[in-house]
Write a protein that binds this ligand. Structure first.
Ligand code: NAD
Ligand code: MG
Length: 391
């Protein structure tokens, strides 16, 4: 059988590197034909020399020529603007691993879906922004979107135990992040260093902060709403600090099917690539007897109002996902730069959401407008009432 040709968008990031680690064990079945990153051109050059792909793309135009000088013979740089989208268009590949962080991944992910590619999706923000558009496009072109996000991979696996119409609800698990047991005043004073200290997962900085605010779980509620087509009130969240049970599906007969494993992203990445087959994976094996017990707790929406917002956006749909995501992206970044406090991330995002006039069934340009509006709205809110930083 011929090898599947794969492109990785965001190969220099946490998911991108884990995907390459998975692919190095699956060299008989997959060929890496394209690699793309944002700014880390030296790491990208190193990856290109090791993997020898046909094409490489770098979003940062100021370092494209430096990268080009370090590429191996036969490896072509796609330079200029919109490089990730042009990479997707240049290669007639079987699979696109979408692992860019944030809204920046939307154009290339949408293009892959328009071209009917199999998309192994880690980059959840495109589904949050444009879930309706992406899923309807996939239906039209036959593109398959396979989740890499561990909770959604778990739900995807559990759904195979029954029929969609027999599902009563899905339950997404959440570790609760580094501030699971923090008081409201500890949350107000949380520092960037504390927020970046995730207890169970090692991830890129944006999602690590999203996990601390639980905005990540809000994004995942919206992601699940579009990916699987469930209503917002069919999607529950339970806190599970050990991150062993990755999520579950409850069917109408009361049977609950869950997927478990050690917290290692290589498992869901590999499953998205090899589905419906399974192969040995380098992730360590689960020993329930070593663990002894697993814990499940009710989420506290008083301390973590982000969960409420996730349900609200999943219910309202339209352009609210684009606004919610953009406001969160800006606030997440401002917090990491030390410009706003930890609780301001959710507070400001909720304010921006409240000021937005929803557009139903938005087209791509309307989503891009909503995204831009929300980013400007955060800036203008901060300009009119500057935030006094607590730390
Ligand atoms: P990361 O910050 O480690 O990596 C992000 C990648 O995107 C890098 O390769 C970077 O160069 C690239 N990138 C950033 N901005 C870009 C731009 N403007 N244009 C082109 N490329 C750009 O992030 P990550 O932790 O790997 O997360 C990637 C995505 O996967 C996110 O959407 C995240 O929510 C999701 N995800 C991550 C994990 C995890 O364990 N890290 C788990 C589940 C889901
Ligand atoms: Mg997740």
């Amino acid at each position: 059988m011929s090898k599947q040709q794969v492109i990785i968008l965001g190969s220099t990031g946490s998911i991108g590197e884990s995907a390459l680690s998975v692919l190095s064990e699956l060299a008989d079945s997959f060929d890496v034909v394209g690699l793309a990153g944002g700014t880390q051109w030296q790491k990208l050059a190193q990856q290109a020399r090791y993997w020898n792909p046909k094409y490489v793309a770098l979003a940062d135009t100021s370092h494209q020529q430096s990268l080009k000088a370090q590429l191996p013979d036969g490896c072509q740089l796609i330079d200029g603007i919109d490089t990730l989208t042009r990479l997707v268009e240049s290669v007639d590949c079987d699979c696109v691993i979408s692992a860019v962080v944030g809204a920046a991944g939307l154009p290339a992910t949408l293009r892959a879906v328009e071209l009917g590619r199999k998309v192994a999706l880690a980059n959840k923000e495109p589904l949050v922004i444009a879930g309706e558009l992406l899923m309807s496009t996939a239906e039209r072109t036959g593109a398959k979107i396979l989740p890499i996000d561990s909770e959604h991979s778990a739900v995807f696996q559990a759904l195979q135990a029954g029929l969609q119409e027999d599902v009563e609800r899905i339950v997404l698990t959440a570790s609760g992040g580094p501030f699971r047991d923090a008081t409201e005043s500890e949350l107000e004073n949380a520092t960037v260093k504390d927020a970046l200290n995730h207890p169970t997962w090692s991830m890129g900085p944006k999602i690590t902060i999203d996990s601390a605010t639980m905005m990540n779980k809000a994004l995942e509620i919206i992601e699940a709403r579009w990916l699987f087509g469930f209503e917002s009130d069919q999607i529950d969240v339970v806190i599970h600090p050990e991150s062993i049970l990755h999520s579950m599906v409850e069917f109408c007969d009361g049977s609950v099917i869950a997927q478990m494993g050690t917290p290692d992203m290589r498992t869901p990445i590999q499953y998205a690539l090899t589905y419906p087959r399974r192969f040995p994976c380098p992730a360590s094996r689960l020993s329930l007897t070593d663990l002894g017990q697993l814990t499940f707790l009710e989420p506290d929406t008083q301390r973590f109002p982000s969960l409420r917002l996730g349900h609200r956006v999943a219910t309202e749909g339209g352009s609210t996902g684009a606004v919610f995501n953009a406001a969160n992206e800006v606030c997440n970044d401002l917090f990491r730069k030390g410009s706003i406090g930890f609780c301001d991330i959710v507070r400001l995002t909720e304010e921006v959401l409240g000021a937005h006039d929803r557009v139903d069934h938005p087209k791509l340009d309307e989503l891009i407008d909503a995204d831009g509006w929300a980013r400007r709205e955060v800036e203008s809110m901060l300009a009119t009432s500057p935030i006094k930083k607590v730390n």
